[in-house]
Ligand binder design. Structure first.
Ligand code: BEZ
Ligand code: FE
Length: 278
């Protein structure tokens, strides 16, 4: 009898998923099997490497809980989250604000803040800044009453949600709204780089592969308005370190802005958010 080939085994496993009643599930499972087998065959995966992978995934599950999601961090550091984001949220319309990774530190229900009101509730050595601009439709029409939900880390490198005993829970978080001409203004600190959580298996993977955990300085924004597709994005500081080596691949050129000193002693950063009609 002929010996089974690697390809025959792959074909057999793919065929075994052929009766999956849900067409989409069938497509996903069969593609997953084909790619997993292709990976193992390409690298000639050894027994020890297979076991190391199993142990890595086990540790990734064991460190995860309601708050810490190491599998999402793993997806982020493989660029998988960004690919999924690009597939599902990119616009074909020129000028529309590009999306990027949401990250684990978004907390719904931030306090409503007035035009230009400060969201600084904790003393650190951050440089005080005004981030302002307009919310516009893709055709340039200002959008009044748009919601700008913002969150960022303190200059001590942590988000408020990571330090419940140190920072007030609403520090550097706020919900702002655009005025009748689409203008918004946020008073905050200049963002600073910080490490993604690196004390678990993902951190060990970064060390083993000579990658660093530092995200370039950014603030997070979710911009939304009735009748428009909302966007979850970042505002990156062009002088930040790590723009070329973001561990989660979230940087896009169109999201990089300048912070410039103003006559009022504050830094100023101008950025418009452009939304696609839904
Ligand atoms: C963040 O920017 O908050 C973030 C994104 C992905 C992984 C970790 C943190
Ligand atoms: Fe972040």
């Amino acid at each position: 009898m002929d010996r089974m080939t690697e390809q025959e085994l792959t074909d057999d496993v793919v065929a075994r998923f052929g009766n999956t009643p849900d067409e989409r599930l069938r497509e996903v499972m069969q593609a997953l099997v084909r790619h997993l087998h292709a990976f193992a065959r390409e690298v000639r995966l050894t027994d020890d490497e297979w076991m190391a992978g199993i142990q890595f995934l086990t540790a990734t599950g064991q460190i995860s809980d309601n708050v810490r999601q190491e599998f999402i961090l793993l997806s982020d550091t493989f660029g998988l989250s960004m690919i999924v984001d690009m597939i599902n949220h990119s616009s074909d319309t020129a000028g529309v604000t590009e999306p990027t990774v949401l990250g684990p530190f978004y907390v719904p229900g931030s306090p409503e803040r007035g035009f230009g009101e400060s969201m600084i509730e904790f003393e650190d050595d951050g440089e005080e800044s005004i981030v302002s601009g307009r919310v516009l439709s893709a055709d340039g029409t200002p959008i009044a009453g748009a919601v700008i939900d913002v969150w960022q880390n303190s200059a001590n490198q942590f988000y408020a949600v990571q330090q419940p005993d140190v920072q007030p829970p609403t520090n550097l978080r706020g919900i702002y709204r655009s005025d009748d001409e689409g203008h918004y203004a946020i008073r905050t600190i200049r963002p600073t780089p910080y490490p993604i959580p690196a004390d678990g298996p993902v951190g060990a993977m970064l060390v083993a592969t000579a990658r660093h955990p530092m995200r370039p300085a950014h603030l997070h924004v979710k911009a939304s308005a009735p009748g428009f597709r909302s966007v979850a994005t970042h505002v990156f500081d062009n002088r930040s370190e790590f723009l070329d080596s973001d561990p989660v691949f979230g940087v896009k050129d169109s999201l990089i802005v300048e912070f410039n000193p103003g006559d009022d002693g504050l830094l100023h950063c101008e950025v418009d958010f452009v939304l696609d009609p839904s």
